[in-house]
Design a protein around this ligand. Structure first.
Ligand SMILES: [Fe+2]
Length: 251
């Protein structure tokens, strides 16, 4: 039988659900979703080579195939760039940050194996989008931006809450005409603007979408990464963590 999780919040009082005593009503944030951001400094020559290769891999296709939907490599046979010589060093660097992310979440990396499941490029022509979705096959997802100026003009990544419990009445946070006004407690989504060299990491179950590329003169180019966690090879897996794939057997 699983034991209750041990509270590891940096503020032990908050972890126990205790707010400081005060005569004023205070609201305390609970259960934050972990979104990691790190700004990498890509070498301009590497970046140019990666973009050139990416567009060559896209070939003649321009959508997915709905003309309003961006081209995503996973639907066109380009899903394992972790093994491509142009992208492998970048992917290795991204996975280093993924390990840092896991450490900050409290994972013991000595008792884990991190696997790259898929790694695919995404290219948005002007006005193209990607609809709301999540990645049910993976545990940890990442996106790395080859371009973007941080303004959001090329189309933000929109992240949605798992459940909007603070709206109290389902639908209030996105309903028209109120009576619920905007506040930090009921954000219906959070947008992150792409910027060249920016890496994002987030739980794969988090719903997200890509807004229209509003830059008529540029493509929006990114690299997506799906990662999975298992027990290390040769070890007895702890409860809920899958055994290492080397122990799996296809009947
Ligand atoms: Fe996605």
């Amino acid at each position: 039988m699983a034991q209750p999780p041990t509270a590891r919040h940096p503020d032990a009082g908050i972890a126990r659900g205790q707010a400081p005593l005060s005569s004023e009503l205070r609201i305390q944030p609970l259960f934050p979703v972990a979104l990691a951001q790190v700004q990498l400094r890509p070498d301009p020559l590497d970046l140019a080579r990666q973009l050139q290769t990416l567009l060559a891999l896209r070939g003649e296709a321009r959508s997915n195939p709905d003309p309003g939907c961006a081209w995503t490599g996973d639907l066109h046979g380009v899903w394992n760039l972790q093994g491509h010589p142009t992208f492998a060093p970048l992917v290795a660097e991204l996975c280093g940050h993924a390990r840092s992310f896991l450490t900050q979440l409290g994972f013991d990396l000595d008792r884990l194996a991190l696997h790259i499941q898929r790694c695919w490029p995404v290219v948005s022509e002007p006005d193209q989008v990607i609809g709301r979705h999540h990645h049910p096959n993976a545990h940890l997802s990442a996106v790395y931006y080859f371009n973007g100026d941080g303004s959001g003009a090329q189309g933000c990544l929109r992240l949605f809450p798992q459940r909007q419990v603070n709206e109290l009445v389902p639908g209030m946070a996105v309903g028209h005409g109120g009576p619920l006004g905007p506040s930090p407690w009921t954000l219906p989504w959070i947008d992150v603007a792409p910027r060249a060299g920016l890496l994002l990491l987030f739980p794969s179950c988090l719903e997200h979408a890509v807004l229209p590329n509003g830059d008529p003169d540029d493509l929006r180019c990114s690299l997506s990464l799906d990662l999975a966690l298992t027990a290390p090879a040769g070890s007895a897996p702890p409860e809920y963590l899958a055994p290492h794939p080397s122990h799996w057997q296809e009947p």
